[in-house]
Design a protein around this ligand. Sequence first.
Ligand SMILES: [Zn+2]
Length: 377
Amino acid sequence: MPTRPLQRADQQPLWTDPLACLPPLPGHGGERVNRQGTCAFATPGFNPPVGLAAVTTPRRFLELARSRLNRTASAAAAGSTASPYRATAIPGKGIGLIATRPIRAGERVMAEPVTVLVDGQAWGQEGWEGLLAAAVEGLGEKMAGEVRGLAMPDGWTGGVEEGVVRGNAFKISGKTGGEMGWHGVFLGVSRLNHACAPNMGYHFDRDSMEMRVYAAQDVWPGEELTISYVDLIQDSHTRQESLSATWGFTCTCQRCTRESHVLAESDSRVQQILDLWREVDDYGGGKGTPEKAELLVTLYELEGLQARIHEAYYRAALEWNGDGDQTRAVRYARLGLDRGLLMKGEDKPFVQSLREMVKDPKDHWSWRFRVDGKEKL
Ligand SMILES: [Zn+2]
């Protein structure tokens, strides 16, 4: 443990002593948990004035603090302008966020630092919920109140803080996350309700520990901002089942509440997306074609899957390149990069792959792979 405070010159300390700890677990598999017990931390030095409540080992908390030392100002602090939304009560959905001005597709709507962080290795350990309550308490009355005011799963009867984490945490992997990663709660992002054709997409930025939310399509004032809580490429019945099982509600979004024959058409498109996926993702099978990938793009558009359209663009780029058409390949690679960077972040392998294709399609692994594959058959 450091004896000197770990802090930037102009800011509050990033390291604070633990508020409470569980004893180390002798003989238990998790190595880091073994060597040092899990503890509760609350520090105002992270993302002031909100601070950070964390349940983890002192070692991993120290790694987190160190990783923040040389960090440049967060995207949120650097570009903070008035939010284009406000929180309000939505009938049947609790609190939600409503656009207060037009938002253009691609616009960043939120860049929000994590407020509560639970180590994946501490999750479920005996006594962890007590540490979580202590860490949240340590944020001070105002912030602790905001955390405790978030929605809990329907019918939850356990502790408030645990209910909030179970109802709102995203699984995230930080630079110091290790295999198990973290469960992170973001106050503003937690207010985004679900829709099956959401108008927002998001990704977690590991450098800044921020969740970044972007508009996947144009949004008008008065429209609710939405993200998806489940896999959207499932038929309506399966989506409803998993929303009900995990989140305890029935979806009333526009994609789910259409007349039965229109809904059947939507479900049939989902099935076709899954079938096309199988064909174009089978690189050795020879069934993938550029036309099928183009059809995939159309089906994503018809299903309102703008928050995932990069997946279809990526496949169209591969198929056109695989067919030896570098101009069309680069067109889709550009489209895929434009959306993929916003919705998935910089450090994803498909983003790097599309960059390589833009640079030199003929040098990319996919160049003429469909044509040459057929010649070999
Ligand atoms: Zn829905």
